[in-house]
Design a protein around this ligand. Structure first.
Ligand code: 13P
Length: 266
């Protein structure tokens, strides 16, 4: 079934595991997820599914995906801006590409808040990812205080504006709008608010890159997404998927989110 109204953008349902599941748990999880989606006759060409495990799981996930030819994509949760050298603890985009990662999350609000990541650093990481052939999932979003002071759009628009300065037209990127106050709170943004911000983020891409890149870029919503609320988000014309945290750790729930076209008839 074709998913209408998205100008050819294939929806992406992405699971950010954060600091959860070791490599053995990762193998069991991905296997169960693949079975669940196969049972449901999930069409991966219609809705892409990706998981973002911790670094130490990636080799195991790669081995499983490749051995069983699973249509599930995967990526890392962060990447170094550097290719190699004296950067203790860092992992390069080249190393992730060598593990057949498709994606890498960049600038998640937890990294911004806990590791002081700036838009400038995030831009450099995004460039490093693109150079290695990875698709960066660039996260932006406002805190509760930002929301009170500036409304929902000003901060994510400014963040993406700075990051997009470093990119060029035609770069293959994904943008994730994740209001910080909605992450892990059980209090998702309304679908209408998410749509308003997503539309403004698309305008930023049009202004800083070009109209074709803006039209081709998938914009995800993230923050307390569940099977029960995915439909509302996916009915919005500028929302092309979800970046799911907590609910991505439950096979049945995440599988159900990925099968959103069945529930919403979009
Ligand atoms: P929750 O889905 O747990 O709110 O987390 C969202 C998130 O941070 C995904 O990156």
């Amino acid at each position: 079934m074709a998913v209408a109204g998205r100008a050819g953008r294939t929806p992406l349902i992405a699971g950010n595991w954060k600091l959860n599941l070791d490599h053995l748990q990762a193998i069991a999880f991905v296997q169960k997820l693949a079975w669940s989606l196969k049972d449901a006759r999930h069409d991966f060409d219609t809705v892409e599914v990706a998981v973002f495990p911790p670094f130490t799981d990636l080799r195991s996930v790669q081995t499983l995906v490749s051995a069983d030819k699973l249509p599930i994509k995967y990526g890392a949760q962060d990447v170094s801006e550097h290719e190699s050298g004296a950067y203790t603890g860092e992992v390069s985009a080249q190393f992730l590409a060598a593990l057949n990662c498709s994606y890498v999350i960049i600038g998640h609000s937890e990294r911004r808040a806990l590791h002081g990541e700036t838009d400038e650093l995030i831009a450099r990481k995004a460039k490093a990812a693109i150079k290695a052939g990875l698709v960066p999932v660039i996260c932006v979003g406002e805190t509760a205080e930002d929301l009170e002071q500036h409304g929902p759009s000003a901060i994510p628009v400014a963040q993406l504006g700075t990051i997009a300065e470093a990119l060029k037209a035609g770069d293959d990127i994904v943008v994730a709008y994740e209001p910080v106050w909605a992450i892990g709170s059980g209090q998702a943004a309304t679908a209408e608010q998410a749509q308003t911000v997503a539309a403004q983020l698309r305008t930023v891409l049009e202004e800083k890159l070009d109209a074709d890149t803006a039209a081709a870029t998938r914009i995800l919503y993230g923050g307390s997404v569940k099977a029960a609320n995915i439909a509302g988000f996916m009915r919005q014309k500028d929302i092309d998927g979800a970046l799911v945290g907590g609910a991505s750790l439950d096979v049945a729930e995440f599988s159900s989110i990925a099968q959103f076209p069945k529930h919403v008839g979009v």
